[in-house]
Design a protein around this ligand. Structure first.
Ligand SMILES: *[C@@H]1O[C@H](CO)[C@@H](O)[C@H](O)[C@H]1NC(C)=O
Ligand SMILES: *[C@@H]1O[C@H](CO)[C@@H](O)[C@H](O)[C@H]1NC(C)=O
Ligand SMILES: *[C@@H]1O[C@H](CO)[C@@H](O)[C@H](O)[C@H]1NC(C)=O
Ligand SMILES: *[C@@H]1O[C@H](CO)[C@@H](O)[C@H](O)[C@H]1NC(C)=O
Ligand SMILES: *[C@@H]1O[C@H](CO)[C@@H](O)[C@H](O)[C@H]1NC(C)=O
Length: 352
């Protein structure tokens, strides 16, 4: 009798779980406009594969959110039902073997001896020179977004009243001879191109047109349409940030953020990064991976101490995956431990 009851109870639980997974999937599709039964999608066969992927991501999210070592939370977003090869196509940080401009260095003024001069918190997210979050969508153009964010901030901050002129990622995608459009690139090469080819176009005159690139196999470079009348900003200097008075990379990066504005950096991503929602990202899964994604660092801080922990140092990062990723498009990642290799390639630019 007892056995029968237990069996019955388990069946009910399984049915409820199955029903709730179905409901979650239906709600997810609706929220992200992924109506796989429509003509533009692949119908029932695609729906089945996508649902499996979604359920896999769902299980990973629930696991990670219960892991007490994680200082961050995960949630669903547009990536939840994407296949690995689709995610891989978004990763466009490709460090060139021979960088243009022979590994230039930008020195910072604050070193070890005046560490006290650094503020505890810096947050450029609400600065007048910080553009709204953008979305690279289905194109491995993160390198272009990271390059442009640093440059447009620097150009804006040079103006007396802090007037932001959004600059064009598409210009770099179509014209930059030293990078590879939706197949990847690298910020120092992009800035070299801008410096030696008469500037960066305004976004208003050279709009982003690569949002569906990798789904329509048009990843190759398109025709360069840049003309002098589109000019929005020029590059004066750029490079990897360094210091003659400190070998503490994280400290030098903090100093460079104050001196030059948002940094462009490369990181190694793990699947959990795709589902990042809030908190300080500290997953060990990215530690031994190869860098593959470019983002910006736009600030730093430390979480408040609690009874059981002394607080965690973090970088504030800016992604180019729209506002549904992370904290309205931004995020936090552990600082001072080269988490996901974020302190390996810190780059900055100065607008002319
Ligand atoms: C840059 O502008 C100068 C002057 O207008 C022109 O002579 C030169 O060809 C331009 N360079 C490139 C790479 O377009
Ligand atoms: C940085 O490291 C290099 C090589 O280890 C060393 O020669 C140099 O003295 C260090 N500089 C400072 C400021 O600590
Ligand atoms: C921005 O400009 C102000 C002057 O208006 C200057 O004090 C500050 O250092 C600049 N910040 C950066 C990151 O260039
Ligand atoms: C990463 O590599 C180091 C050195 O090879 C190793 O000690 C560490 O356990 C690895 N970490 C992970 C998360 O695999
Ligand atoms: C951290 O502490 C400061 C005051 O020291 C407080 O203003 C802030 O709201 C706290 N932040 C969080 C996330 O609790």
């Amino acid at each position: 009798m007892k056995f029968v009851f237990v069996l019955f109870a388990l069946t009910v639980i399984a049915a409820v779980n199955g029903a709730s997974a179905d409901a979650d999937w239906e709600a997810y599709k609706k929220l992200y406009g992924k109506d796989y039964q429509q003509k533009s999608f692949g119908g029932q066969s695609e729906e089945t594969l996508r649902k499996n992927q979604f359920l896999k991501t769902d299980a990973a999210i629930q696991n990670a959110n219960q892991d007490r070592n994680n200082k961050f939370k995960q949630d669903h977003n547009v990536f939840s039902d994407m296949f690995d090869f689709e995610i891989a196509a978004l990763m466009g940080a490709k460090k060139p073997a021979n960088e243009k401009g022979s590994r230039p260095t930008l020195m910072t003024t604050i070193g070890r001896e005046n560490r006290q001069a650094l503020p505890a918190i810096l947050d450029y997210r609400t600065h007048k020179c910080m553009a709204p979050i953008r979305n690279q969508a289905a194109c491995g153009s993160c390198w272009s977004f990271a390059s442009i964010n640093s440059l447009e901030f620097s150009a804006c901050n040079k103006t007396a009243t802090k007037v932001l002129t959004p600059l064009s990622e598409q210009h770099l995608i179509d014209c930059d001879l030293y990078d590879n459009a939706c197949n990847g690139g690298w910020p120092t090469n992009a800035w070299y191109y801008i410096k030696t080819n008469n500037g960066s176009a305004k976004a208003a005159s050279y709009a982003y047109s690569s949002a569906t690139c990798c789904t329509t196999s048009c990843c190759a470079k398109k025709t360069c349409k840049y003309t002098a009348s589109m000019l929005g900003a020029k590059v004066s200097n750029y490079g990897y940030v360094g210091s003659s008075s400190s070998n503490n990379t994280a400290l030098v990066m903090q100093s460079a953020l104050l001196q030059y504005g948002p940094l462009a950096v490369a990181i190694a991503t793990a699947p959990s990064f795709m589902s990042y929602k809030s908190g300080v990202y500290n997953d060990v899964a990215c530690d031994n991976k190869t860098i593959d994604h470019a983002i910006n660092i736009v600030g730093f801080g430390k979480t408040n101490a609690t009874e059981c922990s002394s607080g965690t140092d973090y970088w504030i990062i800016r992604n180019s995956w729209g506002t549904t990723w992370g904290l309205l498009g931004y995020g936090m990642i552990q600082r001072g431990v080269n988490k996901c290799s974020i302190e390996s390639y810190p780059m900055a630019v100065i607008a002319a």
